[in-house]
Ligand binder design. Sequence first.
Ligand SMILES: *[C@@H]1O[C@H](CO)[C@@H](O)[C@H](O)[C@H]1NC(C)=O
Ligand SMILES: *[C@@H]1O[C@H](CO)[C@@H](O)[C@H](O)[C@H]1NC(C)=O
Ligand SMILES: *[C@@H]1O[C@H](CO)[C@@H](O)[C@H](O)[C@H]1NC(C)=O
Ligand SMILES: *[C@@H]1O[C@H](CO)[C@@H](O)[C@H](O)[C@H]1NC(C)=O
Length: 961
Amino acid sequence: MDKRLSNGLPTYRDATAPSTAPQPTWINRKRRRRGFRILTTACLAFLAFSAYQIATNTLKPTSILSIDRLQQDHAICVALRKRPTEPSTARDHNKRWVTGTKPWLIRNATIWTGEPAAGTSAEDARAGKGWSWVSSDVLVDKGLIAQIRPSIPLASVPSDTNVFEAHGRLLTAGIVDMHSHAGLSSEGGLQDDTNEMSTDITPYVRSIDGVDPLQPEMEYIKSGGVTTSLFLPGSGNNVGGEAYVLKFAVGNKNGREEISQQDLYADPDRNWRYMKMACGENPKRTYGKVGEHGPVSRLGEAWEFRHALEQAQKYVSEQDDWCIAADAVGVENMATYLKQDLQWESLGAVLRGQVRVNTHCYTIPDLEAFVRHTNEFKFRVYAFHHAHQTFLVPEVLKRAWGGTPAAALFADNMYYKVEAYTASERAGAHLYAHNITPTYVSDNPVLNSQHVVFEAAKAYGNGLPYHAALAGVTSAPAELLGLGGRIGKIKLGFDADIVLWDSDPLAAGAAPVQVWIDGAPQFENPYELRKPEREPITPDTALANELKMSSVRGSVVFTGISYAYPKTYKDTPSMDRHADSTSAVFENGKLICLGACVAEMEAARSAKAPVIHLENGHLTPPLTAFSTTLGLAEIDSESDTHDGPPPSDGVTRATDGLLFGGKQLAHAYAHGVTRAISAPNEYGFEAKGISAGFRTGAKHSLEENAVWADEVGLHYVLTLAAKKEGTASISAAIAAVRGKLLDAVNDNDTVPDVPNKDIYAEKTYLKRVVNGTLPLILAAHSADTIASIIRLKSTIESAISKAKTSSIKPILNVVIIGAAEAHLVATELATAKIPVIVAPLQPHQGSWDQKRCLMGAPLTNGTTLNLLLDAGVLVGISVEETWETRDLGLLAGIAYANSEGRLKLDQGLDLVGRNVYKALGIDEPKAPGGEEWVVWEGSPLKIGGRVRAVSGLSGELDVWQ
Ligand SMILES: *[C@@H]1O[C@H](CO)[C@@H](O)[C@H](O)[C@H]1NC(C)=O
Ligand SMILES: *[C@@H]1O[C@H](CO)[C@@H](O)[C@H](O)[C@H]1NC(C)=O
Ligand SMILES: *[C@@H]1O[C@H](CO)[C@@H](O)[C@H](O)[C@H]1NC(C)=O
Ligand SMILES: *[C@@H]1O[C@H](CO)[C@@H](O)[C@H](O)[C@H]1NC(C)=O
């Protein structure tokens, strides 16, 4: 096809269809009059030329230009004027339907249609009324939802219909993630085609050109129920290029005819086009070169946008002038061809309203500048992505040209850069209250899109109404993509993109049982988890109330405690499980009674102590973040806010670099993560040096009991990061650790009477490791590296035995953290008595050494955690990124919900508490003011569970109310 009719433009057939656009009125329009004058002159010249032609030829008058090409150009005018319209649902089949795909009858499902009950007013619906799960059957045929009603008789459906018994399980529309870079970089992050970084303004590049349908993530993202995504170019460029809405069904095994990019188009007619733009830190960091070219500031970025849009505007006017003239005088009389330039074609289409712009934009200056651009150039931005500050400026958003943009958000991934440092977990709730649509996105691979529904779940837990949270990953993004009449709901005539869930989609750990795309089931032998709770969540409207923390001295009473961790500290009252109503009474931060507490309640009442009534109250020990950046780095991308990287030679102590008072610590604390053990590092759990144990609520390290252990363990890195830190190979990194440990075994030096600097030297810590008084924590993902660690442990232990130093127990206390592939050596780990802290809980092939990780149900039978538990390995959970520490309770909740009975509630909590201390072989710290407790409303392991009090420090109780 001629490049002038390339993919970017509507097809020739579209172009020649009768125009529905109103004819332009060019009378009284200066610009067009001028255009016409030029044309009149051209026509006169042409007539003179024709006269000559007629005189010299008997042929019909002809232009020196190709009439064919002029006519093609004229046909393009129709396409240029075309405004995309909402695709109709009145279809007898879905254009994506592959002939031969059999109908499916899904019987006895519990359906979230995505719409409130008929007759619900818009106002009531917004307030959460009229929404419910309904029992029904669903028939899908020809790629469409053909029937939704209770008890569809088998006799009434086509004879080749397959039947799926849903047994009452929950059914929703396929999840729509409107910010993904799936398929654009390869497994393990080896190759990357996400961003065309040759220059800042690249409206002419297209994400589709890099999408690889064979990337394994296409399959595992879908295993989280995601059926459709907006595949965006990266956010390095102010104008990043065109984006594509694709579905995740690939090739024959997913019911498709072929493996191709084209086959992925969610709308084969490609009615709408999409474009990615980006404001703020990324473009200036990526492109600005002081003294050479911009942008080096936000000022320069605004110019880049405006300059590009100015070019596009000129391009559009030139085309419009030509088309108007061609209409007026007849295309065969034109003296030029229609101007066509791929550089500005797509941005021109933005100004023509044919492209839905999605812009990465965080801060007020960025949002407001972009809103100004929309008004200056009259184009619509459909959503601001990342958009952490949008909740502060709903009025700014409402000033955008053409309609208020939505906010495409993470639930609580924040603080990773300066522009993400002002953010709120309650942003979605605030925005919704101001009539701005929140939608939840993964930015895959930033978050694994497989779990994007977890973002919506956390948003619900943070106060967004349940129906709006679910809409945030279904109907809301569908509408923002211009496909709201086809996807995002379970409705007659919609695409048959369906997810059947093993539990409420907004419950921690929810996974699909089966996924249909265009009526074709996507998993041949899906694994289904036996879930303790399959019923829908009853939306808790109390979550809409924001709680504020205050420190209280004296007595505080909590009633309605339904769970207390069975802890048997000597100084802790044991729970009276026979009491009708269980209460917890705290006095100066210390738990003094648990049970009926008649006398204590009476005393508290006469002292006019606050009494807090809890629904389903839980009393648990604090949660512990192990080997994260918590307390060592505040804003990930800003080194000034970090302690800094560990030195390549020797080791340092985290206790000397702890940074208190940051937002990361405050949020961890407010989520019940009141303790942390962090080791020197800049990012993630890949630490090197001596970890410190501290309390996240402390103000500084000298506060009483702020740091409860200066030296917890010695950490080394054996993941791929080891290769980046100067060691050429993993084998060299292992050899180095082994060599150091063997030296320590053979080192007979005694400790000098007067301490010298050697007591803080690596070799001294290594001696403590080999004499069994300090645990060795090794970060590793690959099963092969873990196998080497198992051998290393036995090598060192046999060396210790041979050294015959009587005081030394021949046991090396090794803990592995990371462990994405640990399930492959689960029994060997159990035999070697090596505890494992999985970090993250749900890995996703983010690096090559995690390639064999398990994606969980419905793709894999089991998870690393379950297989380690089955083998008898002591396990815990940690995270990669600092912001995730606040979610440790929910991560334990995912493990608990997906453990198929392996874990009881106490044991779920132990994954982020007691097991960490057991693994390290150390005692849990004790606070001077008595045991530390966290009081929750709801379960800490479930969405919607909230911290109501934290005890244990400085004689006060921190209470949230
Ligand atoms: C639907 O499934 C539930 C759960 O298995 C079952 O109790 C109920 O009887 C089923 N209803 C029908 C109509 O089959
Ligand atoms: C340490 O002592 C053992 C015997 O007690 C001896 O065999 C070994 O050589 C000594 N190592 C060093 C480095 O001195
Ligand atoms: C272990 O080694 C350290 C460092 O040499 C020493 O201070 C400590 O006393 C040793 N402990 C035991 C139990 O041998
Ligand atoms: C899944 O694995 C478990 C062992 O963890 C095994 O008992 C079960 O049969 C497996 N299920 C399937 C469907 O393969």
